[in-house]
Design a protein around this ligand. Structure first.
Ligand SMILES: *Cc1c(COP(=O)(O)O)cnc(C)c1O
Length: 428
C-alpha cells in the first residue's frame, strides 16, 4: 500500500502547504510506527502460561477437556444468564443455531449489510435468505422491515451485530416470538450483548453465536460459542458437531451425528479463559477510548458515528464512522471515503474500509436474485463507512489523542486538496 501511495504522491508534485505536510504526500506520519498495539495484544507471560497448561494436561483436544469446561462455566457466569457451549468458530455457532430451528420454515430474514460468513450457514442449513435493509443510524437490521417480512415460511431472523453495536429491535423480537419464529443473534463482534443490555434485561434471543477468533474480544485463535437458555439447543450442539460422542468420555459413535466436528481448540480455549477475568476492564477501556476519540473529532464536518460511542453497553470492537461526501464537497459515492481513509492511513491511523458490497454480492449462488438498489441504506453505509481499529487496551488516551490529531491534520488540508482530486468525484 505504501508503494502505491508514494507513486500517487510523486505524480502530484505541485502541492503547496498545508497539504504538503500530509504523510501521503511525503510528510511525517503523525502516529509513529510502533506507537499503536495491534489486537490481540499478546501478553507473553499470561498467554504462554495458558498454553503451557494445555501441554501439561497431556490432552490437546476433546470437547470435555477440563479447560474447555471451565471456560464454558466462566463465560456463562460472566453473562449472568446463558448456558454456554464452546465450538470451533463463530460460523459454526451460527450454523448450529440455525440448524436447530430449520424445521420452523424455509427462509431466514437477515440484513443486506452483513458479513458473508454470517450468512453462509443459511445455505448450509438448506434455508433461503430474505434480505432486508438496515437502519442508517445503527448499521443493524431494520426493525420495521423485519416485522413486515415475518411470514409463515420464515424459520428465523438472523440479527448481526456489527462493530460492537447492540441491535435491540425489541418490537421485531416480540412479534417474531409470538409467531414461533426463532431469533438467532450473531454477536461475534459484540460480546457485551451477552449481558443485560436491553434496558436492564438480557436480549430476547433463542441462540447467540459468539466468535473467539483472534480479531474479536476474546482474541484466542480459532474458537466460537453457542449461548442459549434452551437445553435442547445445548444438546443439539453435539448432534451437528460431534462424530464420536466424546463429551461423556465414552468411545462411541453418536447415532445421529451430522459430523461437522466443530470441536473447540483447547489451546484457544485456554487463552480465552485467561482473558475472561479482564473482560470487563477490556470493554471499559474500549468504550472510554471510543468516547474520548469521538469527543475530540466530533466537530469535524461530515463525520458521523455509526452508533453512539457514549453508550455504555456497546462493545466497541472497532469504532465505525461514516463520512458524508456532500458535506466535504464530494459527490455521493465512495470516492470521498476512500480518499480520506488513504490520507489517514498514511498518517499511521489504523482506519479501514471493510465491506463494500451488499452481502449477496459476495455469494455467487444467490447474487443474481437480489439488487443493491433495493437496499438504499445499506448502499449508503457501504459507500461511506470506515472504522478505526486498535481501540483496545493497552492503547490509551494518549494513542486516541494521536488518532484525533491526525484526523484534524487531514481535515485542515481537505479544502485545498479538494481542487486536486479528479473532478468526477467532487461536487464543484
Ligand atoms: C468473526 C465473525 C463471524 C465468524 O466468526 P469466526 O469465529 O471467524 O467463524 C461471524 N459473524 C461476524 C459478524 C463476525 O464478525
Amino acid at each position: 500500500m505504501t508503494k502505491t501511495t508514494r507513486t500517487i504522491a510523486r505524480s502530484k508534485p505541485a502541492l503547496s502547504n498545508p497539504e504538503a505536510k500530509l504523510a501521503l504526500f511525503g510528510g511525517e506520519p503523525l502516529v509513529a510506527q510502533g506507537r499503536v498495539t495491534a489486537w490481540p495484544a499478546a501478553q507473553n507471560k499470561k498467554h504462554i502460561e495458558a498454553l503451557r497448561a494445555v501441554v501439561n494436561s497431556g490432552k490437546y483436544h476433546r470437547v470435555n477437556h477440563p479447560i474447555v469446561t471451565e471456560l464454558e462455566h466462566n463465560l456463562a457466569d460472566w453473562t449472568g444468564k446463558w448456558m454456554t457451549r464452546a465450538v470451533a468458530s463463530g460460523t459454526a455457532a451460527i450454523h448450529i443455531g440455525l440448524d436447530y430451528v430449520r424445521n420452523r420454515g424455509n427462509r431466514v430474514i437477515t440484513a443486506a449489510l452483513n458479513w458473508p460468513g454470517a450468512v453462509g450457514p443459511i445455505a448450509i442449513c438448506g434455508l433461503e435468505p430474505i434480505f432486508v435493509d438496515v437502519d442508517l443510524g445503527l448499521a443493524g437490521i431494520d426493525q420495521e422491515a423485519v416485522v413486515n417480512n415475518l411470514g409463515p415460511d420464515v424459520a428465523a431472523v438472523l440479527v448481526t451485530h456489527l462493530f460492537g453495536n447492540n441491535i435491540l429491535i425489541p418490537q421485531a423480537r416480540s412479534v417474531g416470538r409470538a409467531r414461533g419464529i426463532a431469533l438467532v443473534d450473531d454477536i461475534c463482534q459484540s460480546i457485551g450483548a451477552l449481558k443485560a443490555v436491553a434496558n436492564g434485561a438480557h436480549l430476547e434471543s433463542d441462540a447467540l453465536a459468539l466468535s473467539g477468533n483472534g480479531a474479536k474480544h476474546l482474541g484466542a485463535g480459532e474458537l466460537g460459542f453457542v449461548l442459549t437458555e434452551d437445553p435442547g439447543l445445548i444438546e443439539h450442539v453435539d448432534q451437528v458437531s460431534l462424530t464420536s460422542s466424546s463429551r461423556s468420555g465414552a468411545r462411541e459413535f453418536s447415532p445421529n451425528s451430522q459430523g461437522y466436528n466443530y470441536r473447540p481448540n483447547v489451546f484457544s480455549s485456554s487463552i480465552a479463559n485467561s482473558r475472561i477475568k479482564s473482560l470487563d476492564r477490556q470493554l471499559q477501556q474500549r468504550r472510554s477510548n471510543g468516547a474520548l476519540l469521538w469527543q475530540m473529532i466530533r466537530d469535524l464536518p461530515g463525520l458521523v458515528p455509526i452508533f453512539n460511542p457514549s453508550d455504555h453497553t456497546q462493545s466497541m470492537l472497532n469504532f465505525p464512522l461514516r463520512l458524508e461526501p456532500e458535506v466535504i464537497g464530494f459527490r455521493p459515492g465512495s470516492a470521498a471515503r476512500d480518499f480520506v481513509v488513504k490520507l489517514l492511513q498514511a498518517e499511521g491511523v489504523p482506519v479501514w474500509v471493510w465491506l463494500t458490497k451488499p452481502v449477496f454480492n459476495y455469494l455467487p449462488r444467490i447474487r443474481k436474485d437480489w439488487q443493491a438498489s433495493e437496499f438504499p441504506n445499506s448502499v449508503r453505509l457501504l459507500d461511506t463507512m470506515f472504522y478505526v481499529s486498535e481501540i483496545a487496551p493497552p492503547n490509551d488516551a494518549g494513542v486516541m489523542k494521536l488518532y484525533a490529531e491526525a484526523f484534524h491534520k487531514v481535515w485542515e488540508a481537505l479544502p485545498k486538496l479538494l481542487s486536486q482530486v479528479p473532478s468526477t468525484v467532487t461536487a464543484v
